[in-house]
Design a binder for this molecule. Sequence first.
Ligand code: TYD
Length: 256
Amino acid sequence: MSRRNKIYEGKAKILYEGPEPGTIIQYFKDDATAFNNQKKGTLSGKGVVNNHISEYIFAALGNIGIPTHFVRRMSMREQLVKAVEIIPVEVIVRNVAAGGLSKRLGIEEGTPLPRPLVEFCFKSDELGDPLIAEEHVLTFGWASEDELDDITHYALRVNDFMSGLFAGIGIRLIDFKLEFGRLYEGEEVMTVLADEISPDGCRLWDMKTGEKLDKDRFRRDLGGEMEAYMEVARRLGILPSADITELAEHQQKKEG
Ligand code: TYD
């Protein structure tokens, strides 16, 4: 690890220079943060589980024709991705009211929305990722009109795919956050899905029990974060069961 050149360290991941020009290694950490970094913690094994969940979803999205930065998983905590210029807009897709939307508009958590809602936030830790309109994106040139069209189109397709994927394993996809980037290939610039998709940036509720299987367990001090993340991985049929057992034992030892 130490031989690699660090490009950037974020809240949940470290980016290193990749083996070839135009590639980056995403290293998934165990750090968890919420409420714009005010709440911090470590969830042992989270990086491993999120790396595998994100690999699974990005590969599946690639297979249905959604362009992504993902190349391949390299190790338990690392994946190789194409270097992109991140568009500074967080894209949130919601199927059911929860979190920020419920607070902002006084809609009870769990109320189904009549249609998927796509929201945009300006990616700025300093400002706490404020909600913005498409007009802000265009006015300040954060993305072009064509890019915004691509982003909205892909975000809705990702939502369709992921809603079905999770419904198939008894999980309701409440909402999630996506990030997109510009991939420069010769003369061409493509809008591609970037970052990660994991229970850190989704709300996932068990369909039968309503149990939360996502970062709200951490945000709201519900406990059992790793068990929930591993349950999502287990239902997706990823992570060899030995790894899951090992992670669970590790977590138990830490807690005990
Ligand atoms: P939202 O309800 O807007 O915010 P909060 O997490 O403060 O309740 O979040 C909607 C979904 O998007 C939720 O699954 C968490 C995810 N999200 C992130 O992962 N990162 C972010 O910076 C934001 C704003 C949302």
